[in-house]
Ligand binder design. Structure first.
Ligand SMILES: Nc1ncnc2c1ncn2[C@@H]1O[C@H](COP(=O)(O)OP(=O)(O)OP(=O)(O)O)[C@@H](O)[C@H]1O
Length: 743
């Protein structure tokens, strides 16, 4: 490759020329030819600017991909750039060219003046679009998918955040950050067994690394996107990522409800149901789906889509409004834990791409998390008083891995049973905060939405600059690497201090600040060993998503919990070949699954990993424990450990009880009947059969649970009496010791 054809980064050449976007003009690879204007979007690893291509005086979009912050490896980035430059389809956003500026890859592409569908929904249609607009948007998107699939590409990240709209109603599918080529061989082929995507939109087969997947995974995501456009959010979006994964695998596929979604046509519902079939082989191809009556009757986008943004302010002003709202939300959460929770949840809610997880660990974590609906004030008679089990569960599992990280992270699991001190936040279970405001459709969101039919843009509540900065300035959480060297555009850099990127409130007042500077602001290098970095935005693609707590790492565990802290070094990136990451964890310390010698086993009925009582340390206590001549100083730690384990067991039992209660509650809510049979073409219309089958399964499940609960209760009673005996012994021993000392 010739020098002028590309730029090398760390040994990789980047193809730069391209005709993407159907254009046939030449775009230079000189950054000085581009004048960056307003920021119009941002994702996990990129910020997108409206810009002017000076030689042609043409408006373009410049996506500045931070190579330091980028989750993908350089090969993937190069592939994205190449894919984009080769694309030539009216519904797929192609790249005019791409080149490297400092540590950024600049991708020059057509500017889509109305931004993403997600932005639009967040700002003006929090409850989703009307059917005619959805039909048009989906049809254009499906054409894009058909084109990509025909050319051997799986997009792997189809979602409203990646569907861009132009002011003339044009619809284009964007973001090839995680796309894969179906013709890849060897390692590249194996990459399709890797778990990437955005949780809510990911097909079940993508979540099960052993199964492998193909372009049908895009059809599933397309179905989820249809629901997202219909409701304003993706199904399961209120749950933490790990729960989403579990629900996607275990639950019946989501769909449009025949009762709740009355406003939508039968053919729309049918189309969605066809996409959301768990068996990928039964999903239609994009080509076939295009022939569905729903798309045949779809209106041209210039009729149905264009009117969506007729009365809205410009894209950058909308983005700014949403950023302010984000900043306000972030500032309102002043606690460090809230910041970390915000990171995880915002990454999740904004639909960050290219998530890499340890699926087994996620399943385990997910099984520990209860739905907010399921959380009940369960109290247990324990000792002298009543113990609030929700709190106790938090105490036991207050710390957990942040699964929302797109960077390499350590898994920190702490068994800290510290009574109430271990409690981080009210309503936090298993490290996942569960509160009433913990939904995408929170009031605050509604309030600050810029509704189309309303005449005013309702901005977020005013916040002081101090507040807005507070959340971003904590040294222990912002471990950013500030890039001091600017892009190769000296003429465009204003010689003033560069404010932190997240200081949106400040920035909004400082309109003169150059976008290039913005591109230089706090750039966080991936953390390969430490806890998660604090987000410098509350959310990105979703922008207005409320900050929810989630599985954020607890960065600063208190001293007590540190005593029992276990760190598992390693990345969450797991392929089908390496799902078993953490064999080296002391099993008695971390309640988690491992393929061999696990202290946990899976309950067939609830999917929870439960302590195998025979492997509990109680049964492996050193012989000395039974020897009353042992000094108390040796016995005490063992007994404390025993006590902790017993508490964990109790919590697990309560969790089981909770599951059982939820199942029963669901039953009750169905008037003594079963949960609704999902609308699913797999039922083939045989509703009665499905109900009976479901009923049978549910009953079996309840029986299993009851049996399991009885077993565990017995085990617990046995453990309790052991504990009491041991306590008596320790009292005796200490009495003896005292006597000895005195004599
Ligand atoms: N060509 C464009 N014209 C206008 N806005 C754009 C364009 N490309 C992207 N955007 C906006 O910028 C946002 C982020 O872009 P993009 O999704 O490509 O970044 P990313 O870092 O790859 O995001 P993700 O988190 O999904 O991986 C988009 O959601 C969209 O709102």
């Amino acid at each position: 490759m010739k020098e002028e054809d590309g730029f090398a980064i760390r040994g990789f050449w980047f193809s730069v020329a391209g005709m993407g976007g159907g254009g046939h003009k030449n775009y230079s690879v000189n950054p000085n030819d581009y004048k960056l204007l307003e920021e119009v979007g941002y994702g996990a690893s990129a910020t997108v600017y409206r810009a002017i291509y000076l030689p042609l005086n043409e408006v373009v979009a410049v996506k500045c991909l931070d190579l330091d912050r980028c989750n993908s490896n350089l090969d993937d980035i190069r592939r994205e750039a190449q894919t984009m430059s080769l694309i030539d389809h009216p519904n797929v956003i192609g790249a005019y060219c791409s080149f490297v500026v400092d540590s950024y890859l600049w991708v020059i592409m057509p500017f889509m003046a109305e931004g993403s569908c997600l932005h639009l929904m967040k700002i003006a249609y929090p409850e989703g679009f009307e059917e005619s607009a959805i039909g048009s948007i989906l049809k254009e998107t499906l054409k894009a998918l058909e084109y990509l699939h025909r050319h051997g590409h799986i997009h792997r990240d189809v979602k409203a955040g990646n569907i861009l709209l132009d002011s003339n109603g044009e619809v284009k599918l964007a973001d090839f950050g995680v796309s894969a080529c179906m013709f890849d061989k060897g390692d590249r082929q194996r990459s399709r067994n890797t778990f990437v995507g955005t949780p809510c939109w990911m097909a079940p087969e993508v979540l099960q690394p052993q199964s492998g997947y193909d372009f049908k995974a895009d059809i599933w995501s397309f179905g989820i996107t249809a629901l997202e456009l219909a409701h304003g959010h993706a199904p399961f979006s209120k749950y933490p990522p790990m729960k989403v994964l579990l629900m996607t695998i275990q639950n019946a596929p989501p769909g449009l409800d025949y009762d709740r979604d009355k406003k939508f046509s039968k053919s729309f519902k049918e189309m969605v149901a066809m996409c959301l079939v768990k068996d990928q082989t039964k999903r239609p191809t994009a080509e076939k789906l295009l022939k569905h009556s729903f798309f045949k009757n779809a209106k041209p986008p210039e009729l149905s889509v264009k009117k969506l943004f007729a009365d809205l302010p410009s894209l950058w002003n909308r983005v700014k409004a949403l950023q302010l709202k984000d900043a306000a939300q972030l500032a309102l959460k002043k606690m460090p834990s809230a910041e970390q929770e915000a990171l995880s949840q915002s990454q999740y809610q904004r639909g960050v791409s290219a998530w890499n997880f340890d699926i087994e660990d996620l399943k385990f974590q997910a099984s520990l998390v209860q739905d907010e609906d399921e959380i009940q004030e369960i109290k247990e008679e324990h000792g002298s008083g009543k113990v609030h089990m929700k709190k106790r569960w938090q105490d036991a599992y207050g710390s957990k891995a942040d699964l929302g990280s797109s960077v390499s992270t350590d898994l920190i699991i702490s068994e800290h049973i510290n009574g109430d001190e271990g409690l981080q936040d009210k309503g936090q279970v298993g490290g996942v905060k569960i509160s009433e405001s913990d939904t995408m459709e929170s009031d605050s969101q509604g309030k600050s939405s810029l509704r189309k039919n309303g005449s005013k843009t309702e901005l977020p509540p005013p916040i002081s600059e101090k507040d807005s900065l507070l959340a971003k300035s904590r040294p222990q959480t912002v471990k950013g690497r500030q890039t001091q060297s600017g892009p190769l555009m000296p003429g465009m850099v204003v010689g003033q201090s560069i404010p932190e990127r997240a200081r949106t409130s400040e920035r909004s007042e400082n309109e003169t600040q150059q976008p290039v500077e913005k591109a230089q602001q706090v750039r966080r290098a991936p953390s390969f060993s430490g806890p998660l970095n604090l987000p410098n935005r509350a959310s990105a693609n979703s922008l207005s998503a409320p900050i929810k707590s989630s599985g954020g790492f607890r960065e600063s565990l208190d001293d007590k919990s540190k005593t029992n802290l276990v760190q598992i070094k390693g990345r969450f990136s797991v392929t089908s070949e390496n799902v078993d990451l953490v064999k080296d964890i002391p099993l008695c310390t971390v309640p988690r699954r491992s393929s061999q010698g696990s202290s946990l086993r899976k309950s067939a009925s609830v999917g929870d990993w439960i302590f195998e009582s025979k492997q509990l340390p109680t049964n492996h206590l050193p012989k000395e424990i039974g020897n009353s001549s042992m000094p108390a100083s040796i016995l005490m730690p063992h007994l404390q450990n025993l006590f902790q384990q017993t508490s964990i067991q109790q919590d697990l039992i309560m969790n089981l009880l909770n599951s059982l209660q939820s199942a029963e509650a669901a039953d009750a809510s169905q008037n003594g009947k079963l949960p609704p049979v999902p609308c699913n073409p797999e039922n083939n219309g045989n509703v009665d059969g499905a109900v009976t089958e479901r009923e049978r399964l549910l009953l079996t499940k309840i029986c299993e649970l009851q049996a399991r609960m009885n077993d565990l209760t017995d085990e617990l009673t046995a453990e309790k009496s052991k504990y009491i005996q041991l306590q008596q012994r320790i009292n005796m021993v200490s009495g003896q010791e005292d006597g000895d000392r005195r004599s």
